[in-house]
Design a protein around this ligand. Structure first.
Ligand SMILES: C[S@@+](CC[C@H](N)C(=O)[O-])C[C@H]1O[C@@H](n2cnc3c(N)ncnc32)[C@H](O)[C@@H]1O
Ligand code: SF4
Ligand code: SF4
Length: 378
């Protein structure tokens, strides 16, 4: 037993980025739910490897969107561009509770954001607190433009582990190019509020995420130094092409679309290789359908975090509209299983692929489009 368990720990750590590891260590120190989380993880790995379509295990990672409403207009984000693709709203604490009381005991980490500004949700503190009671790493990404004093206190008190702050520049001029409607000075003030309230000076971890583009690449070093002074982890990251189109258009067209944004420094350009009309993404498979679940504010479930339009969703869980399937029922619903069968057949180059593809297209599964262009890149 003692020879076996450390290897599970290593496998779990390998699944998450290094900056989450100190918090994962805390999850491993606290025995609450740990046995269930580890057993579920092992079973999940086995089911993913064998590409099972009906799952016994639960996902071990969740993306839950507290809201798809936002106060900014970032040019490559569909949240403000496409107001009809998905109704707008806020997740209630009750919906979150229903989801998490079933799946929380099995989950190692949760990202509380997807298509909106999570701190706008009035219940966000309570949601985080409830998630933390299941011995789970909790993080979110925020533009941090709106943070009243009480909210700052509530966020720190909630026990959240990681706050990624989207701060693409070291001046209003460069920052405002992508974060349209955002105020650099305001974000700095809000950051200082959080820093002054942090427990033991380092909880939550504050990450300065700097999406590198043509307009801000000259400020990377200045921002890095400022992050150091503030005690933040600096993370310059390459930009993606238009986020609502990643699964629906070939890479060639998407990259052409965003030429004005991509940085000149190839180190920060995700697409720094030759791209022809035939080029697929460098991702060779998709594990989303096995290891993770993406839940929108209203309990609707999407195949992965790149799916923006509601028409591609699987069945909804915990919806307020009478039907109220459990997470397990949704996880093994017809469309979810069909999507898994499709990806599995694609990977195995199975002779069942053509009929499955035909059926998946008929049933409106985005995964049938996505395999044409390459999968969602990590
Ligand atoms: C859609 S946002 C939602 C959270 C929050 N509103 C924010 O911007 O941090 C989720 C993540 O996508 C990132 N993002 C936005 N535009 C991006 C792009 N073009 N390429 C890569 N990441 C992007 C944001 O910085 C954030 O970390
Ligand atoms: S990237 Fe975040 S801040 Fe920008 S519009 Fe989208 S949801 Fe809002
Ligand atoms: S196959 Fe594509 S659309 Fe489907 S879950 Fe994977 S990345 Fe998302």
């Amino acid at each position: 037993m003692s020879l076996f368990l450390p290897d599970i720990d290593k496998l779990v750590f390998r699944e998450f980025p290094p900056f989450t590891h100190p918090f994962l260590k805390d999850v491993f120190k606290d025995k609450k739910f740990l046995g269930r989380k580890k057993a579920n993880f092992l079973l999940n790995r086995l089911e993913m490897k064998t590409r099972r379509s009906r799952m016994i295990s639960y996902p071990y990672y969740l993306v839950i969107d507290p809201t798809n409403i936002c106060n900014l207009k970032c040019p490559l984000c569909p949240t403000w561009q496409d107001l009809k693709a998905r109704p707008k709203g806020m997740m209630t604490r009750e919906t979150f509770r229903k989801i998490f009381e079933e799946v929380g005991p099995y989950v190692f980490a949760i990202n509380l954001c997807n298509w909106g500004e999570p701190l706008l949700n009035p219940d966000i503190g309570g949601i985080i607190k409830y998630a933390k009671s299941f011995n789970t790493v909790v993080g979110l990404s925020t533009n941090l433009n709106s943070l009243a004093d009480e909210k700052a206190q509530e966020i720190v008190d909630s026990g959240i582990d990681i706050l990624v702050v989207s701060l693409d520049g070291d001046s209003q001029e460069s920052y405002g190019k992508y974060r349209v409607g955002g105020d650099f000075g305001n974000v700095m003030d809000n950051l200082k509020k959080l820093i002054s309230l942090r427990k033991d000076g380092n909880h939550p971890l504050l990450v300065w995420q700097f999406l590198v583009n043509k307009h801000n690449e000259s400020e990377i070093e200045k921002a890095k130094e400022r992050a150091r002074q503030l005690g933040m982890l600096f993370m310059p990251s390459p930009m993606r092409t238009s986020m609502g189109k990643e699964l629906l258009l070939p890479l060639f067209e998407r990259v052409k679309d965003v030429e004005e944004w991509l940085p000149l420094n190839p180190r920060y350009n995700r697409y720094n290789y030759t791209i022809t009309p035939e080029t697929r993404t460098r991702q060779i498979t998709c594990n989303w359908l096995w290891k993770a679940m993406v839940i929108n504010w209203d309990g609707s479930v999407s195949p992965c975090c790149g799916v923006f339009e509601k028409k591609w969703d699987f069945e909804a869980c915990c919806s307020a509209e009478g039907k109220n399937p459990t997470i397990r029922e949704v996880w093994n619903s017809h469309r979810y299983r069909l999507a898994r069968k499709l990806i599995s057949a694609h990977m195995k180059k199975s002779k069942n692929l053509p009929p499955l593809l035909q059926l998946a297209k008929k049933e409106g599964l985005i995964c049938a489009q996505c395999i044409k262009y390459g999968f969602l890149e990590e």
